[in-house]
Design a protein around this ligand. Sequence first.
Ligand SMILES: Cc1cc2nc3c(=O)[nH]c(=O)nc-3n(C[C@H](O)[C@H](O)[C@H](O)COP(=O)(O)OP(=O)(O)OC[C@H]3O[C@@H](n4cnc5c(N)ncnc54)[C@H](O)[C@@H]3O)c2cc1C
Length: 370
Amino acid sequence: MHDVLMIGGGAVGLSIAYELAGRGRRVHVVERGELGGESSWAGAGIVPPARENKADAPLVQLAGLSARLHVELAERLRRDTGIDTGYRVSGALYLSSDAATHAKMDGELAPFRAQQIACEQLTSARLAEIEPALRGALDDGRLTTGFHVPGEAQLRNPRHVRALVEACKQRGVTFTINATVEEFVTRDGRLVEVRTPRGAFAAEQYCLTTGAWSGRVGEQLGLKLRVKPIRGQIALVNPPEPVIRGIVYVGRKYFVARDDGRVLVGSTEEDVGFDKSTTASVVRDLLDFAVRLAPALENARVEQTWAGLRPHSADDRPYLGQAPNLKNLFVAAGHYRWGLALSPGTAVVMTQLMHGETPSVDLRPFAVGR
Ligand SMILES: Cc1cc2nc3c(=O)[nH]c(=O)nc-3n(C[C@H](O)[C@H](O)[C@H](O)COP(=O)(O)OP(=O)(O)OC[C@H]3O[C@@H](n4cnc5c(N)ncnc54)[C@H](O)[C@@H]3O)c2cc1C
């Protein structure tokens, strides 16, 4: 018998397990595949800047809390596990190729301005100083205007989840992997056991952190979680010399430059169910985009391509709360494009909730029964 059973071991589940174990709870994580092997491995690891301000909307507060915690967490994980998660403030350029994209981008950056987060519109010449590899596209007008957000950060997903697993172990968290939770046993309004092909598990409390699978799993529990998978494809390229320096968005596509010179080129938002294939047309499109704007990437080695399934919730808000039908079941799922960024704050508020405390962020907009 455990105190808490986490169902799903992605970044969200692992972060909550880590936080709960820090409060002395005996936590067990049951994961269908490898720990952190799904969306949390596949993502680009961008952590946008956000400030903590009680006057902001709860989602913005969650982002603010998480942004602060990422800084502390990266340091703590490095100290306790020896793993450098690659967290660094690399800054981001938000560029556009036409007036419509510019207007959309301007709107999307409004939350930064509202929070007085540095977000400056720069001339092409200044943009080219920040990312010299894009000078040609900026000079000839293929990229027109752009903004610089110096506070944007990034981390290396595989390292982050590996460090979380190690840190969880140090706090006594135990794991069962390659075990899909297939059956739920309920009694008197409580979940009493979950069953997997590798055995049954029981706990005082349960927390559902099954990412893109949460809609399906929720159904088995009588919960209506409107979460579905949205595929994102990525190509990882490695140029002989560093080319891109930070994060660069052009509309919905982006470059994310890692410290070692490798560059992630992403991504797509495809509604294709649970299919994690990469496709020739998308990979070609991503590489075209990369080489067209940064010709120095022409000789970069294409090291890997992959796809992940983002957990998209119908109203763009994660589900964070207690199940209305089962007293000891909690849900943290549906973070869509920002699950990595929001995971440390999610862990704190879910831990508070599961301890019967008032969460430091108002969780009503994220209610499970909405
Ligand atoms: C291409 C791409 C780029 C992205 N870029 C970013 C980014 O830059 N910044 C950012 O913050 N976010 C980004 N994301 C989104 C982010 O990766 C997700 O929001 C986040 O990983 C969700 O974490 P999770 O733990 O909820 O889900 P997951 O990591 O998918 O974990 C859920 C886990 O539950 C397990 N599971 C499912 N069903 C069961 C079951 N029945 N029994 C047991 N286990 C089960 C799964 O195997 C999985 O491991 C990106 C995602 C993609 C795909």
